[in-house]
Design a protein around this ligand. Structure first.
Ligand SMILES: C[S@@+](CC[C@H](N)C(=O)[O-])C[C@H]1O[C@@H](n2cnc3c(N)ncnc32)[C@H](O)[C@@H]1O
Length: 267
């Protein structure tokens, strides 16, 4: 695990890749023409996708900066996508150590090329549904020593996993991390009426053979156990990020994350 030799070449640009499409929609430049063409199709069906993806990444950055200012120097991030566009190591102080991971071998290979030999950042292959793949590897000890009071990222992934995998993830991380660990995540709330826009995005993913598992906040509160909700609670993404400072007055009313909320968890 973690050796780029085991993964496809990043020069394999003849197929669109979800991680690079995500990077393009976020406004990044780590993508190929084939990805941009696929992204256009997503945008035709779900023109709100850039706002939703951007809000998710802003929340991720906000949570990482908050935890970093509280003294967290070690992060483990699941389903990271590409380490670009204000990802954890780009928004936290230099020297913050981050282990990123993703299930997609092409994303992992491309990420290795992006982070190069940064001594503070590693990128490994891991299915978030079986986090022990990463936790039982030698990577955490290599980067963090014996310290397990880490901050764990789980963003833009819960809706790709069935309930039993979420429960397994939460319990496994609870058991592995130290008493002072934190976990930050975001997910859609299917408890309220799902908007037509959110339904369109679900249909797109279903067509791409990436099933979506919608769940309510109430159900998520069951699945996160034994973790507890930390301050400031479960809030809409728009309320986590200082939206006034990020978008113009004219754009403000249209910036909404389809009921997606974020939360930081503690023990
Ligand atoms: C929506 S992006 C999220 C990127 C980033 N975490 C963020 O919040 O901006 C989703 C990523 O999850 C990855 N993914 C999908 N299923 C996964 C799984 N079971 N385990 C790990 N990664 C997965 C995809 O390859 C993709 O890179």
């Amino acid at each position: 695990m973690g050796e780029s030799d085991n993964f496809p070449s990043i020069s394999d640009a003849d197929k669109p890749n979800a991680g690079r499409i995500y990077d393009y929609i976020l406004g990044g430049n780590h993508n190929f023409e084939i990805d941009r063409m696929a992204a256009q199709k997503v945008l035709e069906l779900a023109p709100f996708a850039p706002q939703l993806f951007r809000l998710i990444r802003w929340f991720l950055g906000e949570a990482a900066v908050r935890l970093s200012s509280q003294g967290y120097k070690y992060f483990i991030d699941f389903a990271s996508g590409l380490p670009t566009m204000d990802h954890i190591h780009q928004v936290t102080p230099e020297g913050t150590k981050v282990i990123y991971s993703d299930i997609d071998p092409v994303v992992v290979a491309y990420a290795h090329d992006i982070i190069k030999d940064n001594p503070y950042v590693q990128y490994v292959h891991c299915n978030a549904g079986t986090p022990e793949e990463l936790l039982e590897s030698d990577m955490p000890e290599k980067l963090f020593g014996s310290d397990r009071n880490v901050a764990v990222g789980f963003n833009g992934i819960a809706y790709f996993l069935p309930d039993d995998r979420i429960a397994h993830f939460m319990k496994t991380l609870y058991g592995w991390t130290g008493d002072n660990a934190r976990l930050f995540l975001c997910d859609g709330d299917a408890g309220q009426s799902i908007s037509e826009d959110a339904k369109k995005l679900t249909d797109i993913y279903n067509k791409l053979n990436q099933p979506i598992y919608p769940r309510s906040k109430k159900r998520m509160l069951e699945l996160i156990k034994p973790w507890k909700v930390d301050d400031p609670g479960m809030m809409l993404l728009e309320d986590w990020v200082d939206i006034e400072t990020k978008v113009t007055e004219k754009m403000k009313d249209t910036w909404h994350a389809q009921g997606t909320y974020g939360v930081i968890l503690k023990k």
